[in-house]
Design a binder for this molecule. Sequence first.
Ligand SMILES: Cc1cc2nc3c(=O)[nH]c(=O)nc-3n(C[C@H](O)[C@H](O)[C@H](O)COP(=O)(O)OP(=O)(O)OC[C@H]3O[C@@H](n4cnc5c(N)ncnc54)[C@H](O)[C@@H]3O)c2cc1C
Length: 439
Amino acid sequence: MIARPLSRCVSSSASSADWLVVGGGPCGVVAAGLLANDAGSKKGSVHWVDEQRFETLGRFGNYQSVPGNTPVSIFRDVLSTIGGNGFYKDQALREANALSPRDSIQGSKTLLSCPKPDLTCDLSLAIDALSDVSLRLRTESPNIVSHDERRLEKLVLEDDGTWRAELWRDDDVTEINSRRVILVPGRVPSATPPELQQEPAIHVVPVEDAVAPDRLQAVAKQQPVDRWVVVGNSHTGMLVAMNLVKRCGVRPEDITVMSRSPLCFAEARPGPPPYTKFDGTGLKGSVALWARDGEASKLDTQRYTEKEGWASQLRRGTSETVGVVFANGFVTEGSAMPEVVTAAGRVAFPDKCLPPETYDGYTGRLNLGPSVGEGHTLFGCGFGFPEVWDDVEGHSEQRVGFNTVFVEHVQRIIKAANGMPSHAGKQDQHRDPLLQRQA
Ligand SMILES: Cc1cc2nc3c(=O)[nH]c(=O)nc-3n(C[C@H](O)[C@H](O)[C@H](O)COP(=O)(O)OP(=O)(O)OC[C@H]3O[C@@H](n4cnc5c(N)ncnc54)[C@H](O)[C@@H]3O)c2cc1C
């Protein structure tokens, strides 16, 4: 969305908060929940905004029938940490009142009644539980957590280190002064290459439809094709291939998975502390099981190159009709980012995808240029600003998803924004400016 010119301001009112949280998706719920827990009964602590309805839970709400990649026990841990007793009460209510249908993996109506907590479940169970937690956060203590369906368009760093935020709804703007800001804006699927719009034999199916078995089935029925191509072989791409075979009846031989690297599976490591290698992109849960079975090995696999146009790589010189799903990436849209104004000027975020140097993936702190340095309190996290993490084997990866390690990451952000040392591990000391000063 394009930022509106200030001349369209029609009204303005100012208030203040200790924290401004931007984004009501799953990671935004975790951030707001942890801050609400910390705030205790302190009034006016957290102002929480999303430009969409909070009930949609960001993009997560689109994935009802999608098999998740997070074990049920981890969802339970996270949601009970932020939701407390309310989480257990709401789960019991859902169980008793049959508010939800059973999921297809565990055969359960709630996360708490799943018989195999070490396995995954349909995301519908996590969506239900998360929307209950989000609702309680928004309604139970309005003095502590206030919320508003508005878009953050501009942040101005004041001389005293606080942020003045401009929040828009249609033509109406309000201002809030906040001591600290956490951006949790999520990501969107990479755009379809424009050249494919001119190709009548190539039908692009949005990845958000292809990951949901019921939606992909409907699309495949409506638009039969000779061959399918899935671009990308991370968890999402292989889930699409699995949906095509298991739910749409497509023969594995008629599916080409195009990738740039070999298949990669998430691997449990004992630690200490225990961790999951390739957690962000590696295959997990039902997708990993399927990818290891005999049928999946019949998939046609090929390398793709960005040097050659997509149309010729997909057509392969034939006149076949091809269904294509681009599952090769999500991007943080520069256009979802607020304009950030500091004494040194404006920090511009390019319109397409945010370059990695926009923020420090280890600490979540945004990079506002040398004149501001690291002393400010503007942070990003969630799918839009994934944590970067080095494991003990020296492998570095991005961690995504709302899980236990995300909770720990947000807790470190909260500490850092409060001016406390946040990275306890020795290997991380160079990333924490406060620890660096103390060393
Ligand atoms: C196949 C598949 C399976 C998955 N399985 C799992 C899983 O098992 N576990 C898991 O944790 N994740 C899973 N995910 C990923 C999950 O969907 C994402 O991690 C999640 O949606 C990201 O959450 P988020 O809160 O960071 O962002 P989002 O859900 O995208 O929410 C961001 C919110 O920010 C708002 N926003 C953005 N900019 C502004 C602004 N300027 N002003 C106001 N509001 C703004 C948006 O309106 C949006 O509501 C899966 C994804 C896929 C595709």
